[in-house]
Design a protein around this ligand. Structure first.
Ligand code: 9MR
Length: 414
């Protein structure tokens, strides 16, 4: 590793807060397992059930509505996933991330896909360390609704069945997005009224299918450009900006309990895009449109991630509106330099730690999801064409410094 690399990494550590610099020896040291002080801090104080459910809201419908399409029902009994006895529950082991999270009614999760669940090592890690899973692709339009008259819930159902067998909550992703849409949609020619009916029926059918099984839905995903203008999506062109509010109304009609989330990337700190998201959700609340929170994706790099301070500022202003702020898709790209890998992973751990710590501190953040379980299955190398190591576990499923940083935070902080 060159001196320039070292200097860069040190500067990055210091930039993320003097505290990181001051705690440098602790960051580089092993994590104590002997003197754990566990304090239960509930973020959902009024609920005795776990997962906690929000208070139902039934606003006056403002937009035309529809009935769900005929579609297969969800039958969890059709799946034979057995509960996995996690490694960390075996006698003498230290508590798992999920156990520590559950003590404070907090959700730690990763995105996943059904094809990984048959690998016993993968499944054990997933259910052993996490109490939430997110559907990385299995519930997207092209998968669940490939033809106008055809729904295929097999992939999503497998994820929900696995989660149920293992006492995990499910994050539904994503009802309305401009990517991963089937040809019949992107090439379709319909009137505005027909587009409204298509979107309404899709949302109502998918949400009704999973009614009662999904902790939170990303109802609308990535509707803004980085400059804060609305993205030029199929839905904006065919329906107009009100497609966003409509989607939330229909999702609420189909499931009065699930949390309804607007999910966005590069809008985690304070910038033009997060300001646009803030204005959108504020306006929706003023108009009585049902929305429960904002998903802060956190696809970030070693260099220049939003600071803890910025994250907290954004989370707090959402809290003042009465909205949740979830970390929904975190991963941290590295330079993947063979010479500086150990240092990069240390910096990466600090980036995860800062985001996790903001979420633990903000009263409205009780969900922290990474976008994949191990580096072997991250979307990033496929996307960039470069090897990378952005997640909490390495390609062999071994915990990385980033995972240990999260464990450490849960053990230490009240
Ligand atoms: O991880 C997903 C990858 O497998 C897909 O190929 C990709 C298609 O665009 O979508 C990835 O997930 C995205 C998520 O659905 C929305 N936020 C950005 C994520 C990374 O692109």
């Amino acid at each position: 590793m060159t001196a320039i690399h070292r200097a860069f990494l040190l500067v990055m550590l210091c930039l993320w807060g003097l505290s990181a610099c001051r705690r440098a020896p602790e960051i580089f040291s092993a994590h104590p397992t002997d003197t754990l002080t566990l304090t239960v801090r509930s973020k959902t104080p009024s609920s005795e059930t776990f997962p906690a459910k929000p208070t139902p809201v039934y606003p006056t419908p403002k937009f035309p509505t529809c009935q769900p399409d005929p579609a297969p029902a969800f039958n969890p009994g059709a799946y034979s996933f057995m509960p996995i006895r996690p490694v960390s529950n075996r006698e003498g082991d230290a508590p798992s991330l999920r156990q520590l999270a559950e003590l404070r009614r907090f959700y730690v999760g990763v995105s996943t896909a059904p094809q990984f669940l048959d690998d016993p090592g993968y499944a054990e890690l997933l259910a052993g360390q996490f109490n939430m899973l997110a559907a990385e692709n299995a519930m997207k339009w092209e998968v669940v609704h490939p033809k106008p008259e055809r729904y295929d819930f097999s992939q999503g159902d497998a994820l929900v069945a696995f989660a149920r067998a293992n006492g995990m909550a499910v994050y539904g992703h994503a009802l309305v997005w401009d990517l991963q849409q089937p040809d019949w949609l992107t090439r379709g020619e319909y009137s505005r009224e027909e587009w409204i009916q298509i979107l309404c029926r899709h949302i109502k059918t998918v949400v009704s299918h999973y009614r009662g099984y999904i902790y939170a839905w990303d109802v609308v995903n990535e509707a803004f450009q980085n400059n804060g203008a609305l993205r030029d999506t199929l839905w904006l062109r065919k329906i107009g900006p009100e497609y966003i509010a409509m989607a939330f109304q229909w999702a609420r009609e189909a499931d009065p309990q699930t949390l309804l989330i607007y999910n966005e990337f590069f809008a985690e700190g304070l910038n033009q895009k997060s300001q646009a998201v803030y204005s959108l959700v504020q306006g929706m609340l003023q108009q009585g449109i049902p929305i429960d929170g904002v998903g802060l994706q956190m696809h970030v790099w070693l260099w220049g991630p939003p600071t803890r301070h910025e994250l907290l500022a954004n989370m707090r202003r959402l809290a003042e509106l009465g909205l949740l702020a979830h970390i929904t898709e975190m991963d941290v790209r590295t330079q993947y330099s063979r010479d500086s890998q150990a240092e990069e992973l240390t910096v990466q751990a600090e980036v995860y730690r800062q985001a996790f710590s903001a979420c633990l501190e903000a009263p409205n953040c009780n969900v922290f999801v990474a976008w994949g379980l191990t580096d072997r299955y991250s979307w990033i190398p496929e996307h960039t064409g470069q090897p990378d190591a952005p997640l909490l576990f390495d390609r062999q499923g071994k915990p990385k410094p980033a995972f240990n940083a999260l464990l450490d935070m849960l053990r230490r902080s009240p």
